[in-house]
Design a binder for this molecule. Structure first.
Ligand code: SAM
Ligand code: TMP
Ligand code: ZN
Length: 412
């Protein structure tokens, strides 16, 4: 397997074994009356991650075909967190006040999902287009008044959008660019569609935070790349772009928002050099640093499994909280099934009544969480901990304890 950016040699640093598609929640099959679900249709792949010896981009070693992940029934909803709704609202207002303040501006969002960001742009009457291949969520965006093209963004899509709408002032993508192995095609599409002085802004989980927090569950099928400023800058240069801005974001366990502009078109913020220098100092491009991360991951797995096994053996009840895509890696890598975690509570309608992929733990609505409260709750949606703990104060008042595994296994 060669680097998807530069064809360089990849050095593997972590292997999570055979894993299912992280958002492929299984419909329970009653045929045998065992409630165990029909495993016949599940797709597994080898989840391993490596770093390119030439351009230092961290990436998966095996690619899941995109149609297996992003389709009509893709269940993830951007609107599922109040913090994320506020985050996207403020980003949209910032873009409207800056990059989109000129005459008849046009913004394109890749992976607009249910329209949580573009809704604010649409309400302001500004020309926009969401590009979203997953039909179900694309229709939710349309119902919010967002204009959507149901499609994968790539070179050909960009050409078609340019012909229909003209050039874009801003192309934006949140938690989407790192999902796209064919970045070459996407960058050539950005080159086609973006105005000469336009910006390409994207935000994704940050390799620096993943390594610092040992948040290994950020590694799953959809997260193909693990960006950092140094590797993004090299990738941008290959396509005639400068990395002109970086901004660290607290959401989703630590992200960076990157701003790209055509070479020489915009001044480069000093924050870019500063972040690249901090990454060098932290050894983020060094396979040794990443192998040390993998060793911490294995130790955390052993502690988590030990804790859950002990709790089961002494008759304590444990529920999961948040049937995240991230949890697929935790559950399948640790071998956690319904004997250790009775069910997972989640607000997403399309996940409820189904079983977690590979591990087959039932997913129920949030009302089940309090009926009655468990002794322990394993917080898979740890990136939303503040929001969740604020609304679930009654759980701890009832004597419940949270289990977290990032940055290490601990009880709250
Ligand atoms: N931007 C939203 C957010 O941050 O909450 C949604 C993120 S979701 C994890 C990733 C989205 O990217 C999915 O809705 C998926 O269908 C979409 N996607 C995947 N490949 C894409 C592509 N090539 N072009 C545009 N969207 C894509
Ligand atoms: P995410 O970490 O990828 O954003 O996924 C969060 C998952 O957790 C998603 O399935 C929605 C669910 N969730 C809840 O069940 N309750 C909550 O309060 C929040 C914020 C999320
Ligand atoms: Zn490379």
């Amino acid at each position: 397997m060669a680097c998807r950016i530069c064809s360089g040699r990849l050095q593997q640093f972590a292997d999570f074994g055979s894993q299912p598609v992280s958002d492929a929640f299984v419909a329970p099959c009653d045929r045998e009356g065992d409630g165990q679900g029909d495993t016949a249709g599940e797709y597994f792949f080898r989840l391993a991650v490596g770093i390119c010896e030439s351009c230092s981009m961290a990436q998966l070693l095996e690619e899941v075909p995109r149609e297996r992940m992003f389709h009509e029934d893709y269940p993830y909803l951007s609107s599922g967190s109040a913090v994320m709704r506020a985050h996207f609202g403020s980003l949209a207002r910032r873009l409207l006040a800056t990059e989109l303040a000129g005459p008849d501006p046009f913004v394109v969002e890749l992976g607009c999902n249910d329209g949580t960001m573009l809704e604010t742009v649409a309400s302001a009457g500004v020309r926009h287009l969401g590009v979203e291949p997953s039909g179900g969520v694309a229709r939710l965006a349309a119902a919010r008044g967002v204009r959507v093209r149901e499609d994968f963004f790539e070179a050909g899509t960009a050409e078609a959008i340019l012909n229909e709408h003209g050039p874009a002032d801003v192309i934006y993508a949140a938690n989407t660019l790192c999902h796209i192995p064919y970045l070459d095609s996407v960058m050539s599409g950005v080159d086609t569609l973006l105005r000469p002085d336009g910006v390409f802004v994207f935000e994704d989980p940050y390799l620096g935070d993943i390594v610092e927090r040992t948040s290994f569950d950020q590694i799953y099928d959809e997260h193909f790349y693990f960006f950092r400023a140094g590797s993004v800058r090299l990738m941008a240069r290959r396509h005639g772009f400068d990395l002109v801005g970086v901004e660290r974001l607290p959401v989703h366990g630590g992200e960076v928002r990157y701003t790209l502009a055509r070479r020489g078109a915009r001044p480069v913020s000093p924050a870019v050099d500063a972040l690249v220098a901090a990454e060098e100092a932290a050894g983020l491009g060094d396979p040794e640093t990443l192998r040390a991360f993998a060793a911490r991951v294995a130790a955390n797995r052993d502690r988590l499994v030990g804790l859950l096994t002990g709790l089961r053996d002494r008759g304590a009840t444990v529920y999961g909280y948040g049937a995240t895509a991230k949890s697929a890696t935790v559950l399948n890598y640790c071998g956690i099934g319904p004997d250790l975690v009775r069910f997972v509570s989640d607000t997403t309608p399309a996940k409820q009544g189904r079983l977690t992929p590979g591990s087959h733990i039932p997913v129920r609505g949030p009302e089940a969480f309090a009926d009655p409260y468990p002794d322990y709750a394993l917080l898979f949606a740890w990136n939303h901990a503040e929001e969740i703990m604020a609304k679930e104060t009654a759980f701890r008042e009832a004597g419940g304890t949270w289990i977290l595994y990032v940055p290490d296994v601990h009880l709250v």
